[in-house]
Write a protein that binds this ligand. Structure first.
Ligand SMILES: Cc1ncc(COP(=O)(O)O)c(C=O)c1O
Length: 392
């Protein structure tokens, strides 16, 4: 049952309602064309989105999970190899590694980026089995850039320039030139993402044409021609209807990203007085705030965070989220023997606040007061900025 007063974590209608006519026209254009898979809309979107993200060759596929899997396959990652990523994120990333037959190695997170910590990567490169590492997947978690420069420095000083970097940009569309950070960059168009389709979809940007062409073949059964197959592939084709809708939405992505950043600024201003009980996300001008995630620092376990989470939803009707309360290494298929204290700490303390294009400053205030009440905090005696109404 939807409660009329409920503020959701993300409300897609506020993005889609103003562009419904354009989406409908795009839909009708594809219906009339009879080209439904990997057709002209897909081709046009591949070029437009790759350019938007900083350049490289773009290839659409069926989902963000497939994008990661196909990127790994294009680099010949398979059984006997190992791939490094973080544990405090969505399970799709380790899953894509496991699908290739490679071993998942979890690196701990850095407290500021909440993504891969280069210092822990340096330790991994000294551990037994490090010779098998073929790729590292930094995740630009919540829309904040992972420290790819720091990762490259570590690889260079360990003389491991043979290791590929694959960026997981599933949460960081429109972060400036993000495709330049890594050899291959993978995206998800899951509907709730910063650029979301009206269904599933994924994308890989490759710095080389060679890897892009390999992914094009792999996503279509490993085809090398209409009746020839050169290797075992998958069906990860892309719908032209999704491409046409994404082309409409892409035109609004910069403005939507600005709105996300303005909401984050408002939260930061309104919550800065409470630094004794919460850590705000470390800003970066390239942060695109897929999620605005605060860290509630009270207590060592998840009890305070879980109580606040329930109270925000049940008493205050504010749709907060948990990204991610169980780190992947505590899930049955992905055990590890490595210590991951930062990932475990984050899983107990993170709380995602509503942050989406079309949200109003009044809703930011409402979320902040609900959080203050849930934590029994007194609102700060300072005057808040006068911003009200819609965030533009
Ligand atoms: C960080 C991250 N990686 C990968 C994925 C997988 O994307 P998809 O759901 O499109 O398969 C997601 C999306 O949920 C994600 O958030």
């Amino acid at each position: 049952m939807t409660r009329p007063d409920f503020l959701p974590l993300v409300d897609l209608r506020r993005m889609h309602d103003p562009i419904a006519k354009d989406l409908g026209e795009a839909f009708a254009r594809v219906v009339a064309s009879s080209r439904y898979l990997l057709g002209p809309e897909t081709e046009a979107f591949e070029a437009e989105f790759a350019r938007h993200e900083g350049g490289g060759t773009g290839v659409c596929c069926g989902s963000g999970s497939d994008a990661l899997y196909l990127a790994l396959r294009a680099l010949d990652v398979g059984p006997g190899d190992a791939v490094v990523t973080v544990s405090n994120s969505f399970v799709a990333t380790p899953e894509s590694i496991a699908r290739t037959g490679a071993r998942v190695v979890f690196c701990d997170a850095h407290p500021a980026t909440r993504s891969l910590d280069p210092a822990d990567l340096a330790r991994i490169l000294d551990e037994p089995g490090a010779d098998a590492i073929k790729a590292v997947i930094p995740i630009h978690l919540y829309g904040r850039r992972a420290d790819c420069a720091g990762i490259r420095e570590v690889l260079e000083s360990a003389e491991r320039n043979d290791i590929w970097l694959i960026g997981d940009a599933a949460q960081s569309h429109a972060s400036p030139d993000v495709s330049q950070d890594t050899d291959l960059t993978c995206y998800s168009f899951y509907p709730g993402k910063n650029l979301g389709a009206l269904g599933d979809g994924g994308f890989v940007i490759s710095k080389t044409k060679r890897h892009a062409n390999r992914i094009r073949s792999l996503r279509n059964h490993g085809r090398a021609g209409k009746h020839r197959v050169s290797e075992v592939g998958v069906n990860s084709r892309f719908d032209d209807i999704q491409a046409a809708c994404l082309r409409v939405k892409l035109k609004h992505l910069r403005q939507w990203t600005q709105q996300r950043r303005a909401i984050a600024d408002a939260y930061r201003e309104r919550l800065s007085a409470h630094s004794h009980v919460m850590k705000l996300p470390a800003d970066d001008p390239r942060h695109v705030y897929h999620l605005f995630v605060v860290e509630l620092t009270l207590g060592t376990d998840a009890s305070v965070r879980d109580r606040v989470f329930n109270q925000m939803i049940d008493e205050h009707q504010v749709g907060v989220g948990l990204h991610y309360p169980v780190p992947c290494h505590q899930m049955a298929p992905y055990p590890t023997e490595r210590a991951l204290p930062v990932a475990e700490h984050l899983s107990n303390h993170v709380l995602s606040l509503p942050c989406f294009p079309g949200m109003t400053y009044d809703e930011v205030d409402r979320t902040v007061s609900a959080l203050e009440r849930s934590l029994s905090l007194r609102p700060p005696g300072i005057t808040r900025s006068t911003s009200t109404g819609a965030v533009t």
